[in-house]
Design a protein around this ligand. Structure first.
Ligand SMILES: NC(=O)c1ccc[n+]([C@@H]2O[C@H](COP(=O)([O-])OP(=O)(O)OC[C@H]3O[C@@H](n4cnc5c(N)ncnc54)[C@H](OP(=O)(O)O)[C@@H]3O)[C@@H](O)[C@H]2O)c1
Length: 324
């Protein structure tokens, strides 16, 4: 693995939940980081990044809008690698899917890749999601879902799963661009990301565990989910960037569990909260996979176990004052 000390890289969505950890780890590894934020005047987006060790000498912040091509070019100029994380993460109450989710996700990805190609960037790591892998109801029932599997677009449209559709179409657009324009693209597909929070705002995946702790059953989804620690997701991005041998999609989840089992584990570890008991009655034939994230494990990632993910999440929610 080639550690590229001194190299400059761009992180889009650098102020976000995963982006902040990635910026921090890249600074620790000696990279110069161009991190994009939506509003440079908003301290809630900038201060936590400026407080990182090494930020004064090695961090540059750029105001970027995914639909403003010039703002993307400015942020990427002078870098040799791009980590493209910025994408709207709205799961509930989407009123205008096209403008709120689909256009910024898809057009934003094409804009970032176009700028990267024009500026001669070596490799782009695109943050996709397991939402671009499942739901995939037509996948053969006797085959474990893996990186070959794609979310069913029509199913998403029927069910109003606009976030999943945005991630699926954005990732497909990235692969198409990579093939046509010969740009080196590699993709990370994280599951549900949890663990310590750096920014002041709470992102969508941490809101999910917060709602469980608050006893909300409206958070209930009769699904299987892949939990993954936010630090492991950030590390996965660096691993696939630094390893030339890393290619294609990378499923990034430590544990695949039913949401009801996940909730039961949270309840067991933190009995002081009123975590609801949830029924578990669908997908009886779902296949279990050992080492779902084998590609990342083979690159050297040692995933933090689910129990620790839950503990780190709850401690962080407490220390940040989101729960008492
Ligand atoms: N968290 C998860 O469980 C999970 C799982 C799989 C994949 N992912 C993917 O990981 C990436 C980061 O997600 P996250 O969990 O860290 O969420 P997050 O904290 O909401 O980060 C998303 C970032 O994208 C920025 N952004 C959104 N729309 C933008 C636009 N139009 N122009 C410029 N920047 C924009 C956001 O800026 P503002 O904060 O200012 O809006 C934010 O910095 C996303 O691509 C997401 O789809 C997340």
């Amino acid at each position: 693995m080639a550690k590229r000390e001194g190299e400059a890289v761009c992180v889009t969505g650098g102020s976000g939940y995963i982006g902040s950890w990635l910026v921090r780890f890249l600074l620790e590894r000696g990279y110069t980081v161009h991190a994009t934020v939506k509003d440079l005047k908003d301290e809630k987006e900038t201060k936590h990044l400026e407080d990182f060790e090494g930020a004064k000498s090695h961090l540059l912040l750029f105001q970027m809008d995914l639909l403003n091509y010039d703002s993307i070019v400015t942020a990427i100029t002078g870098t040799t690698g791009v980590f493209h994380l910025a994408s709207p993460c709205i799961v509930d109450e989407v009123r205008d899917p096209e403008n709120e989710l689909l256009e910024p996700a898809i057009k934003g990805t094409i804009n970032v890749l176009t700028a990267a190609k024009e500026l001669g960037v070596r490799r782009v790591v695109v943050t996709s999601s397991t939402s671009a892998i499942i739901p995939s109801p037509n996948w053969p029932a006797d085959v474990v879902k893996n990186e070959e599997c794609w979310t069913d677009e029509e199913y998403c449209k029927q069910k109003g799963l606009w976030y999943s559709l945005s991630k699926t179409l954005a990732e497909k657009a990235a692969w198409e661009f990579s093939k046509e324009k010969k740009l080196d693209v590699v993709v990370v597909n994280p599951g549900t990301v949890m663990g310590p929070i750096i920014p002041p705002a709470l992102n969508a995946s941490m809101q999910m565990i917060l709602r469980l702790l608050q006893g909300c059953t409206d958070a209930y989804e009769d699904i299987f989910m892949g939990s993954v620690h936010v630090k492991d997701v950030a590390l996965a991005h660096i691993l696939v960037y630094e390893n030339n041998s890393a290619t294609g999609r990378h499923l990034c989840a430590e544990a695949i569990s039913h949401y009801a089992d996940f909730a039961a584990k949270v309840a067991e570890l933190f009995p002081e909260y009123k975590v609801p008991r949830l029924p578990k009655d669908t997908q009886p034939g779902l296949l279990r996979a050992k080492n779902a994230s084998k590609k990342l494990i083979d690159l050297g990632l040692e995933f933090i176990p689910m129990e620790q993910i839950i503990k780190d999440s709850v401690h962080s929610l407490k220390s940040k004052g989101f729960i008492s």
